[in-house]
Design a protein around this ligand. Sequence first.
Ligand SMILES: CN1c2c(nc(N)[nH]c2=O)NC[C@@H]1CNc1ccc(C(=O)N[C@@H](CCC(=O)N[C@@H](CCC(=O)N[C@@H](CCC(=O)O)C(=O)O)C(=O)O)C(=O)O)cc1
Ligand SMILES: N[C@@H](CCS)C(=O)O
Ligand SMILES: [Zn+2]
Length: 767
Amino acid sequence: MSKLSIPVSTLGTPRIGPRRELKFALESHWSGKSSEADLLQVAAGLRRANWERQHALGVTNIPSNDFSLYDHVLDTACMVGAVPPAYGWTGGDVPLETYFAMARGSERAPALEMTKWFDTNYHYMVPEFAEGQRFELASTKPIDEFMEAKSHGFHTRPVLVGPVTFLKLGKAHGATFDPLDLLPGLLPVYVEVLRRLAASGADWVQIDEPCLALDTDAKTEGALRGAYDTFASEVPELKVMLATYFGALGDNLDTALALPVAGLHVDAVRAPEELDRVVARAPRDMVLSLGIVDGRNVWRSDLQALLGRLEPAVAARRADHVEIAPSCSMIHVPIDLELEEDLDPELRGWLAFYAQKMRELVTLGTALAEGRDAVRREIEETEIALLGRMASPRVHDATVAERLRAVTPGMDRRRNAFEVRKRLQQEALALPEFPTTTIGSFPQTAEVRKARAAHARGEWSDVAYMAFLKEETEKAIRWQEAIGIDVLVHGEFERNDMVQYFGEQLSGYAFTKHGWVQSYGSRCVRPPVIYGDVSRPQPMTLDWARYAQSLTRKPVKGMLTGPVTMLQWSFVRDDLPRSQVCRQIALALRDEVGDLEAAGIQIIQIDEPALREGLPLRREEWATYLDWAVGAFRLASSGVRDETQIHTHMCYSEFNDIIDSIAGMDADVISIETSRSRMELLEAFVAYRYPNDIGPGVYDIHSPRVPTTQEMVDLLQKAVERLSGGQIWVNPDCGLKTRGWDETRPALQRMVEAARQLREGLRHAAE
Ligand SMILES: CN1c2c(nc(N)[nH]c2=O)NC[C@@H]1CNc1ccc(C(=O)N[C@@H](CCC(=O)N[C@@H](CCC(=O)N[C@@H](CCC(=O)O)C(=O)O)C(=O)O)C(=O)O)cc1
Ligand SMILES: N[C@@H](CCS)C(=O)O
Ligand SMILES: [Zn+2]
């Protein structure tokens, strides 16, 4: 007999497949090894398996159109025909080739910009709108996938990115207008999609408006009212579940509750304090979807505690007017813990991935409908695991706690100010003007990845693997010397990922075998899990840095991932404030920095690409975050002599509103991604009169296109016009791990030539 349950909704499922089937199908198609039909067949198989899995788990509201071949924002742009003219689309259904050209660039046009999806490590393609942009229905994907699910026997709730969030995530191309002004022209396309969904048999649609978790203004509120009034009057037969996530509704609560929608989903994990308010104030006939299970982390839920929060909410509402759900779409967590056969059983018992979380929700749904006794065994098992976690000696390390207590205020300050350090570093390093360098990684070729996989499988001995890596490193050093790069890198061949590599070597961290999460397109990451106090049992990068430096007289940069990025791109324990976990990591890295310096490494780069992404969504919380985040970076980096040069690197970041904090990091050199914005991102540094050295990226490493020397000279000249020549470094936007050597070689040669031409130009100007 099937159990009674409060409805359970998924919001969105991971789409890459349990074995990254989508990644492999995409990359095979892009490389010409398989056809479009082959790719679409794999995609259809993944969607079907997803629907079947949810059905088997007992999920009530199964989504459709949550699948994407590349990115759901790009799907939306194609749905409404927001295809910039450069891609040559002339109307009708957007062909797959055009879709991928927008995602990855083509001969015809570079890719759309890519940026972070709210405060996650998922990247979306930024829609581009022209002045007077017209919209038209150019992809029926939501309707097609609804029908596809129906043909397999599943009645689904289609998901759409809401029109207001969609416009707010986009940017005006070549003009300054507010994309939100385009709403009146956009709404008819959405209405058409909603009508067609209703005509196909949909009764509910989920429309995601996570912009409601941001600071908004009167115009956005007006846009939301305009959009949802239109939907209610034009397509009254289709009920809308308006979904907001990643934070509290806060001052947007009244706006959300006043919208003419049939349901509202709230993130009760990020905003636990708001749950009671929403339950008390929502209109009686509004269905509330309570996002109670964490869609952003991997910890097993405390079922009793959650029931304690849910029972009063359910009692306060009409029983058929509450649903339970994860806090947000599940694309941010790995798929199935069952695949982790090698994970320590104790730790495994503390975790839940997508499949386990949906099971938790079904259990909660049953308990809410039938009473806790109906799920007594599940509750007891969970309690045992969670009590074990709380008391486990693997979680708590007294030495780490003691070290944190012993941190003194001066430890996060360099001994002398930048001007003093700069002079000493110049004497020690004797670098030319416009020194050239790269960001760290060189191509992670199939050969490198295969060698690592063979080593992991035990087919390659340690000796053979180390010899291979040494050879790759030596080749990279020799080549950099040959083309005349000034500050070398060892190439990061030994690293699987810049976070995972360190996580694997730190205590308190665990890593998975199959815990892949989509980062962008076909690229995935396996975020490590921070389950306990973090410490460094032994040096992590020292041997590689020493080896690389032994091969050359030129300086080789030591290369570390910073504490904030180590935190942001991991799944973080939920029993300690994030700020404290970050300080623990900072102390571990401080030791590594000290060891590198003692081994004669004169330049140490500490990457912090996730510093900006960690910013809370609401401005009022920024100062607290920036204070501890910058503090952690300084704690990690300040224990060195003045002569030792500290670099940091940040990509995917906007600096305007955090430039004070960037300056507060006090890195001697910062490299940033600036080429796609044609140095626009430098403006913040210029306006601030940023005193330390800067390496504005001169070429876009996300594109296979090799830039010309002249393009790089032009960009550098733009930088020279804005900054002082003496503070400019020459480097690419980011590491080269995703590129091939055929692109990397000419690109870096031209970059070195660009720097030479700049030096030459300056010499002539001085004569
Ligand atoms: C800088 N970026 C990063 C982010 N987050 C991170 N955690 N790391 C980052 O570098 N966020 C912002 C950006 C996002 N950019 C990228 C860029 C590139 C990737 C990427 O290439 N990911 C790889 C996986 C990387 C990895 O961990 N590789 C491992 C495992 C290789 C593997 O697939 N092994 C197979 C077996 C293979 C075989 O031949 O048998 C297996 O384990 O099943 C490694 O190299 O050892 C990707 O392939 O998607 C991500 C984010
Ligand atoms: N050192 C890293 C930084 C990436 S953000 C790399 O070069 O890949
Ligand atoms: Zn980077």
